[in-house]
Design a protein. Structure first.
Length: 253
């Protein structure tokens, strides 16, 4: 299914001034991280009011906070960044999917993945840190279809383009995160991935274990598990489970 260009697309909600405010990002404590400001989200377009299916303007809000205990082969030139996408989840489907974000990594064994996605969101790189603090907020208005639909499409093309994405409509989703390093002569190197089941409900803050393509937990040099920390909420302006007041209480400092 090709996305109608009239509906709102996903976007980056990050403040342009974050780099000036967070001068020492590698030592920033969680209590100092500003929460996502939902006032920055654009109001729904008039096109959404013309459809009974889309008129609730469903959104998934994700704040990528930080990562911890990431092993780096070259700590001085290393620049860690994260890619994020949403996938429609079918009941009974595996949560740990054999997929990858397409960022130009030529060193990875592509036989480990069924196909690659064009990332919906991409964070800024944080250099010279094994525990980077991004503090970037993203809003998702659309999602990739289910794994089975993309798998059928990938038989002809291993890279799934963004024109396959569909509007979010309140169904269960999967948040797909991948961690990469920009510092390499082989391109932007894949480090690990993690998945999170996303359902309509109250905002929450979660710590996710980063995994290798094999599914094993990623460890640093001291055998400590690597993880990514996020805040996430899923709802709409008309859905009682995620009222605007609740969203502000959980996402706005």
């Amino acid at each position: 299914m090709v996305v109608d260009s009239s509906f709102d697309r996903s976007g980056d909600l990050s403040e342009d001034s974050n780099d000036d405010i967070l001068q020492d990002q590698n030592t920033l404590m969680l209590s100092q991280v500003p929460k996502l400001d939902l006032n920055r989200i654009n109001k729904q377009s008039s096109a959404l009011h013309t459809s009974s299916i889309q008129n609730e303007s469903w959104r998934v809000y994700v704040q990528l906070i930080d990562a911890e205990n990431i092993a780096s082969k070259d700590s001085f030139f290393s620049g860690l960044f994260c890619c994020a996408s949403l996938i429609l989840w079918n009941e009974g489907s595996e949560l740990d999917l054999p997929i990858q974000h397409n960022v130009g990594d030529v060193s990875i064994n592509k036989s480990l993945f069924s196909f690659e996605l064009e990332p919906q969101q991409r964070s800024k790189p944080i250099f010279r840190s094994s525990s980077p603090v991004w503090n970037q907020g993203f809003v998702f208005a659309d999602t990739y279809p289910s794994f089975k639909v993309m798998q059928a499409t990938a038989r002809a093309n291993r890279i799934i383009k963004d024109n396959l994405r569909i509007p979010i409509d309140g169904n269960d989703l999967v948040l797909f995160l991948t961690l990469h390093d920009v510092a390499s002569d082989k391109g932007e190197v894949f480090i690990g991935k993690t998945f999170l089941s996303v359902r309509v409900g109250q905002p929450q803050e979660l710590t996710l274990t980063v995994k290798k393509p094999s599914g094993e937990p990623l460890m640093n040099d001291k055998s400590i598990k690597s993880n990514i920390r996020v805040r996430i909420a899923y709802g709409s302006s008309q859905h009682g489970k995620l009222s605007l007041s609740e969203a502000h209480k959980n996402f706005v400092a």
